[in-house]
Ligand binder design. Structure first.
Ligand SMILES: C[S@@+](CC[C@H](N)C(=O)[O-])C[C@H]1O[C@@H](n2cnc3c(N)ncnc32)[C@H](O)[C@@H]1O
Length: 307
């Protein structure tokens, strides 16, 4: 048994939201006999271990902390009905991969492929293969879930997924960690530039400019001071900037679902990007995602995560 503890109450909201979408998705697309694949690119072990406090006055039992194992995204996806036709689970960590492999003998009738490796490399290779190189008469469709711990998804990978015209992509974007890397002054970024290029593409530099008051600044000897480039966006504006960047690649991008790790602390933005250009596909995705954002959005987050 490989233990995998991560996240918090917001993790269940995220998994509920994506699972809800998967349910709507297979229900609608199976009616039209599409061949459906689910790809979990940061699959973990298939389960999530948590510690939970139980008991207390109202339960009439002593307070204690118990361990619980919950289904992670891979196991939740397998349980969706009607089912996907194919599953691809990608995981970099060998131990977690071996835990994932336990899913196969439990589900022998299902086509499950477990690929050990780095998610960006594997995904970019996969989407270049059949059936993802879409032909107009292809009936392959799929959902990709990008659920990294940290800043692990490359912009190039998103471009590759968007170019398939086949995949709907759920992307858990770590907005809080990213904003921390985007220093207030451009000078402060230093060696993080290549990492930000990989994560956001080179366009992130648009987030910096010279404030008007900087241009007029003078030193003690009344000499002009080299003006500083400052980050000119708030977290909210950055989130909208990112949405617009994604819209340049995907045919539709949802309003992000904010995931809070404390009442006023948004750690993640969960986006859906639809690569399929067909109007019915976009209409369907928009309809489903409206429900997702309504049921799992900030008001519901507070309630369901118990924050
Ligand atoms: C947040 S966990 C995923 C949890 C999973 N979605 C679930 O609900 O059970 C992130 C996983 O991604 C794996 N990982 C991290 N970086 C990776 C990479 N570059 N490529 C593939 N897997 C990676 C970690 O080992 C970890 O198991």
């Amino acid at each position: 048994m490989v233990e995998h503890s991560f996240g918090g109450p917001w993790t269940e909201i995220k998994l509920d939201a994506v699972e809800y979408y998967l349910q709507c998705y297979t229900k609608a697309l199976k009616r039209v006999k599409f061949d459906l694949t689910y790809i979990d690119a940061f699959a973990g072990t298939g389960t999530r271990d948590i510690e939970k406090r139980v008991g207390g006055l109202f339960e009439g039992a002593p307070i204690e902390t118990i361990k619980q194992t919950l289904a992670g995204s891979a196991r939740r996806a397998i349980a969706v009905r009607p089912p996907f036709d194919h599953f691809v689970f990608i995981e970099k960590d060998d131990l977690r991969c071996s835990a994932l492999a336990e899913i196969q003998p439990e589900n022998t009738a299902i086509d499950i492929r477990i690929i050990p490796g780095e998610a960006n490399e594997v995904l970019r290779k996969l989407v270049g293969e059949q059936p993802w190189v879409r032909k107009d008469n292809s009936n392959s469709r799929g959902v990709v879930f990008l659920d990294p711990y940290a800043l692990h998804v490359d912009w190039e990978t998103l471009i590759a997924l968007a170019s398939t015209r086949v995949f709907d992509v759920w992307y858990l974007f770590p907005i809080r960690d990213t904003i921390r890397q985007l220093a207030h002054n451009f000078e402060g970024i230093g060696p993080k530039e290549p990492m930000l290029d990989r994560l956001l593409g080179p366009e992130w530099r648009e987030l910096y400019s010279i404030a008007p008051e900087e241009i007029l600044k003078r030193d003690l000897f009344d000499q002009p001071v080299e003006p500083e480039m400052r980050r000119v966006v708030s977290v909210r504006q950055f989130e909208q900037w990112l949405k617009q960047r994604l819209e340049k690649e995907f045919k539709f991008v949802s309003e992000p679902l904010p995931l809070l790790t404390a009442p006023t602390r948004q750690a993640f933005s969960l986006f859906l990007g639809v690569s399929n250009p067909s109007r019915p596909a976009i209409d369907l995705a928009q309809k489903f995602v409206r429900y997702v954002n309504k049921n799992f959005g900030p008001e519901a987050s507070h309630r369901k995560s118990g924050l």
